[in-house]
Design a protein. Structure first.
Length: 510
């Protein structure tokens, strides 16, 4: 079960903890009006923030597309925050049409604005409609979604006057069999909407709508239980085959208004995730643990200055997976991948041809089989595992990277510990060697630039400041590239030379 990107964007959520509810009894109609207005404004501001990334010739277009694809992939692995019938009326929104490759003559900002207008109608007149109000107390109103009005299409500007939008028959059938309720409570200067599934009112997700925030939170065990009720009640062409021996964690996605046409999209792991999967026969599948971090990733889009900033602060990741190089073993979790976190912040702007990144780093990383380390990665061990970088176009028109205080990477391969488990043994230079890549300038900024190929030069990297050293514990001498020289490769390895380092050459830059 998935919802379209337009609905995900329209109800994107969650960057602030809820404030205490109002002490006075709520007025469901007024609170529903307020939530609808706030939701509309947040989608409008989102369009103003990201519109410049979609302009023709935008240097950030490719970057934005890549992040969008990554977000779609992540969303596909998680339960949908709404049952399909609940969002059916939003299926004709401009953003949904664009994502369905229908095309549009509207600009990105106009598409967001039209979707924002439709979202306001959908939330107030299809979900929090007066006709759906089932019960209320001083601090909560419960809306039971009825086929009419929930399943009615949202009116279009092309509809003749007096047109009654038709009902979505699939939605009508679903809501005739599945109980879907929305719990509405006051929250800060807005509202909190809980999606409840079935007669047991199992929480599927929570949406938080403030004047400066749209957020969605999901508790994974509860969401999975609710999804099971949906599938068991409605059936599905592609039922979830997922089974778990561990399932914990809580996630949040959000969009926060930081100013006019400036918004921050974020994703957070509010409570540590542990997902242990089983296959259909009960055999062991992957087991994933991810530490809590808030936010895990945040992307700030500023439409006024046309800048995009990305901040990553991912906690420790621990993955157990199948180890079976000969394809003969039963399902197992003998392979272990551990990453001690990913960190860094980068800013891209349309006004300058540069990327400025700070605190870029990865924690201790290893791959092991039954406790034996077959690969280790270490980055800048003497600099808190981090470095700063500036990537720009230099006076020669080539891309150059400036790194501070240094770039010091070690890659340790120890496949000899498991070589007997391969049908074809690993190459000798992977059996027990540690490779190093060091770009250093004594603490000052070191830099390398792209060196394009010419009629006499195969192309490579030019060291513009500092010294680049490539080494291996299996090679008698490292490859050393001083400032002003170029590193190239691809030539045949000389007899007796190291099979990896021997392929590199230090030459004059032509």
């Amino acid at each position: 079960m998935r919802i379209s990107l337009s609905r995900t964007l329209s109800l994107l959520a969650l960057l602030a903890a809820p404030l205490a509810a109002c002490s006075e009894p709520i007025d469901p109609a007024n609170l529903a009006d307020l939530a609808a207005r706030h939701a509309r404004e947040m989608v409008h501001q989102s369009g103003g923030g990201v519109a410049f990334t979609q302009e023709e010739g935008s240097g950030l277009n490719t970057i934005a597309d890549g992040m969008q694809g990554a977000g779609d992939g992540l969303a596909g692995a998680m339960p949908s925050p709404m049952p399909p019938s609940m969002a059916s009326a939003m299926g004709d929104s401009p953003l949904a049409g664009q994502m369905a490759a229908l095309g549009s003559m509207l600009t990105t900002e106009e598409q967001f604005d039209e979707t924002a207008d439709q979202l306001k109608i959908w939330l107030r007149e299809r979900v929090l409609a007066d006709a759906n109000l089932e019960s209320q107390t001083d601090d909560e109103a419960i809306y039971r979604l009825r086929p009419d009005p929930t399943c009615r299409r949202i009116p279009s500007a092309d509809d003749p006057p007096g047109t009654m939008p038709e009902l979505n028959t699939s939605c009508v059938d679903d809501l005739g069999r599945l109980e879907v309720r929305v719990s509405l409570r006051a929250d800060g200067d807005g509202a909190r909407l809980g999606i409840l599934i079935g007669p047991g009112r199992i929480p599927l997700s929570v949406f938080i709508i403030h004047s400066d925030l749209l957020a969605m939170e999901m508790d994974l065990p509860s969401a999975y239980q609710a999804t099971q009720v949906i599938e068991q009640t409605l059936g599905t062409d592609s039922p979830s085959e997922a089974r778990f021996d561990a399932l914990t964690g809580k996630i949040r996605v959000a969009v926060q208004k930081d100013g006019d046409r400036k918004v921050t999209f974020s994703a957070s792991v509010l409570e540590a995730i542990h997902i242990g999967t089983l296959d259909s026969a009960g055999g062991l599948g992957p087991d994933v643990k991810l530490a809590a971090s808030d936010p895990t990733i945040a992307v700030t889009a500023d439409g006024k200055v046309q800048a995009l900033s990305v901040k990553v602060d991912m906690g420790a990741l621990d993955v157990l997976g199948d180890w079976d190089p000969m394809s003969v073993a039963s399902p197992n979790r003998d392979l272990r991948v551990q990453v001690g976190g990913l960190h860094g912040q980068a800013t891209f702007t349309e006004a300058s041809d540069e990327i400025v990144a700070t605190g870029v780093g990865v924690g201790a990383t290893s791959v092991s089989v039954r406790g034996a380390h077959i690969f280790d990665l270490g980055l800048n061990p003497n600099d808190a595992n981090r470095f700063d970088a500036r990537v720009f176009v230099n006076a020669a028109g080539q891309t150059e990277a400036q790194l501070t205080p240094r770039f010091d990477l070690d890659l340790g391969f120890h496949l000899g510990l498991v070589a007997a488990e391969y049908t074809t043994p690993p190459a000798s230079y992977y059996l027990d060697e540690t490779y190093g890549v060091l770009l250093d300038n004594g603490g000052a900024a070191a830099s390398v630039a792209a060196a394009p190929a010419t009629s006499t030069f195969a192309g490579g990297i030019k060291v513009t400041a500092g010294t680049l050293t490539i080494s291996s514990t299996g090679a008698p001498q490292p490859v050393v590239v001083p400032a002003g020289k170029c590193l190239t490769g691809g030539a045949a390895v000389p007899a007796g030379a190291h099979p990896v380092l021997g392929a590199f050459s230090v030459v004059d830059c032509n």
